[in-house]
Design a protein around this ligand. Structure first.
Ligand code: SF4
Length: 188
């Protein structure tokens, strides 16, 4: 069996503390050295892998992520990064051409729900949408990754999705809009 797509959890640390996070990797002590990461990429390419998705933790926090992403591009992979946007602006500035896809982690259109889930302190949705706009301007394809929780399972996120795939210029979307209100947080 050929493995054509691989998720590479490149970096364990993360700037957020999502309550549902499974990416604790307690058995992983550190990241691969860059030379070893390059070697891994070559091995994957030689084994027939076509698509590489960088995940974490938060991959954009990896101190040498740009070099590894560039190497993935050089080797001909379709590239994707799953991100909460931490240091994505820098990557988009210098290396948008090395990116095919960005997967944005976003679980609600409501800032208070995102904050309750552990994603920042109240401006997460707006930050992600600004990065989505920037990515689309630079020709990077986007997708949204959503964890459904007890806090959000009844929420209609269609307006948020429409906003993400438009340029947002009509101003109709408000991230504090209560797509579903009255749900009490009791845990993920
Ligand atoms: S952003 Fe992702 S890796 Fe970071 S804490 Fe949240 S779920 Fe975990």
């Amino acid at each position: 069996m050929k493995i054509v797509a691989v998720n590479y959890h490149i970096y364990k640390p993360c700037n957020l503390r999502c309550r549902f996070c499974f990416a604790t990797f307690r058995d992983v002590r550190e990241s691969l050295a860059v030379d070893d990461a390059f070697r891994l990429l070559r091995l994957l390419r030689d084994a027939g892998c076509k698509k590489l998705t960088f995940a974490g933790g938060e991959p954009t926090l990896h101190p040498r992520f740009g070099e590894i992403l560039a190497e993935a591009r050089r080797l001909g992979f379709v590239t994707c990064v799953i991100t909460n946007g931490a240091r994505l602006a820098n990557i988009l500035d210098g290396q948008a051409s090395d990116l095919d896809w960005l997967g944005f982690s976003i679980d609600s259109a409501r800032e208070e729900a995102q904050a309750a889930l552990g994603r920042g302190s109240g401006a997460y949705v707006q930050k992600v949408l600004a990065l989505v706009d920037e990515a689309r301007r630079r020709g990077v394809r986007i997708k949204l990754n959503t964890v459904v929780t007890r806090l959000t399972w009844e929420e209609d996120m269609s307006e948020l999705v429409r906003r993400a795939y438009s340029d947002g210029r009509d101003g109709s979307f408000r991230s504090d809009a209560t797509a579903q209100s009255g749900v009490t947080w009791t845990g993920a």
